[in-house]
Ligand binder design. Structure first.
Ligand code: FAD
Ligand code: FES
Ligand code: MG
Length: 283
């Protein structure tokens, strides 16, 4: 059982929880994730370790409530417990001194980008961030990122914060005018696909953090299979970060829809349930 030490609402439907997990906090590196289970018969879901505090023995998770499991997780309060938290899983980001690096983050992916930017900065890179969301309220981790990086850009779809438009608009301009050594993109799959297409002609190495459906997170089930450079990879053990120029994004987008009907049904039942507390899903 893993105690929730703190909980914050960062944006509509986006929550941050700090979880007591001393062993994970000692080992976790940028780019890694945990697999959690909220109740005994519940599914396992992967969530990125957005931050850690070794002294406190805690890790921070930021998640978007989109379906049954993330909504149930969002109902847990400070002082309550998560049944299982397994990790750190996945390969850490390959951090080195590259020179000028850009981190592109979209939506809840901004929180997952944060530890990568932190690590890149600690290696002496000149770090540029481009973060974006639907509107002002959805641009999370703004202060943390602005205080960390050398240059920060924000875009919103509706222009309520920063520049009106997409993160890729700013990215194109930077690529046109500057020498960029490496790019990280973390966010919705479609955003990572577009970022990879934008950077391809400039031949700038582009790392993406993939989010296929995962079950065990340890290379056993094959659920997280992706095609990278024509080869089959398991995101949980070979990734989650891959060369964006080699990823078959169309296949990944299709596979993400595999259980759409079941997921929608599970959510409907949850929402219709009068007592939609975790206790009622224990049987
Ligand atoms: P559902 O209604 O079940 O699913 C909604 C959509 O989420 C699905 O259509 C599918 O595209 C995706 N999804 C569903 N089940 C899974 C699953 N078991 N594994 C992966 N994707 C799934 N989300 C965050 O909000 N914050 C994070 O930090 C974060 N980090 C991730 C790191 C990795 C390595 C991966 C692979 C995914 C990450 N995700 C993160 C996505 C998160 O796991 C899904 O949003 C979550 O599992 C949805 O579960 P649900 O039951 O609430 O929604
Ligand atoms: Fe099962 Fe990766 S989640 S093999
Ligand atoms: Mg689910």
């Amino acid at each position: 059982m893993f105690e929730i030490l703190d909980k914050k609402i960062l944006a509509p439907g986006v929550k941050l929880i700090k979880v007591k997990a001393p062993l994970i906090s000692q080992k976790a590196l940028a780019g890694q994730f945990v697999v959690i289970r909220v109740y005994e018969k519940g599914e396992r879901i992967p969530l990125t370790i957005a931050d850690k505090d070794e002294k406190e023995g805690s890790i921070t998770i930021v998640f978007q409530e989109i379906g049954k499991t993330t909504k149930l997780l969002g109902k847990l309060e400070k002082g309550e417990y998560i049944l299982d938290v397994v990790g750190p899983l996945g390969k850490p980001s390959e951090i080195d001194k590259y020179g000028v690096v850009i981190g592109v983050g979209g939506g809840v992916g901004i929180a997952a980008l944060f530890p990568i930017l932190k690590s890149l900065k600690s290696y002496g890179n000149y770090v540029i961030s481009i973060i974006g969301g639907r509107s002002k309220d959805y641009v999370i981790y703004r202060d943390e990122i602005e205080n960390l990086v050398d240059e920060a850009y924000i875009t919103t779809d509706d222009g309520t914060l920063g520049r009106k438009g997409l993160v890729t608009d700013v990215l194109k301009e930077l690529l046109e005018n500057r020498k960029i050594d490496r790019i990280w993109a973390v966010g919705p799959t479609i955003m990572m696909k577009v970022v990879s297409e934008v950077t391809r002609p400039y031949d700038v190495p582009t790392i993406v953090s993939l989010n296929p459906i995962m079950v065990d997170g340890t290379g056993m089930c094959g659920g997280c299979r992706v095609t990278v450079g024509g080869e089959i990879k398991f995101t949980c053990v070979d990734g989650p970060e891959f060369d964006g120029h080699l990823v078959d994004f169309d296949e990944l987008l299709l596979r993400l829809k595999t259980y759409k009907e079941e997921e929608m049904l599970a959510l409907k039942i949850l929402e219709e349930s009068e007592a939609n507390r975790i206790e009622s899903f224990k049987d």
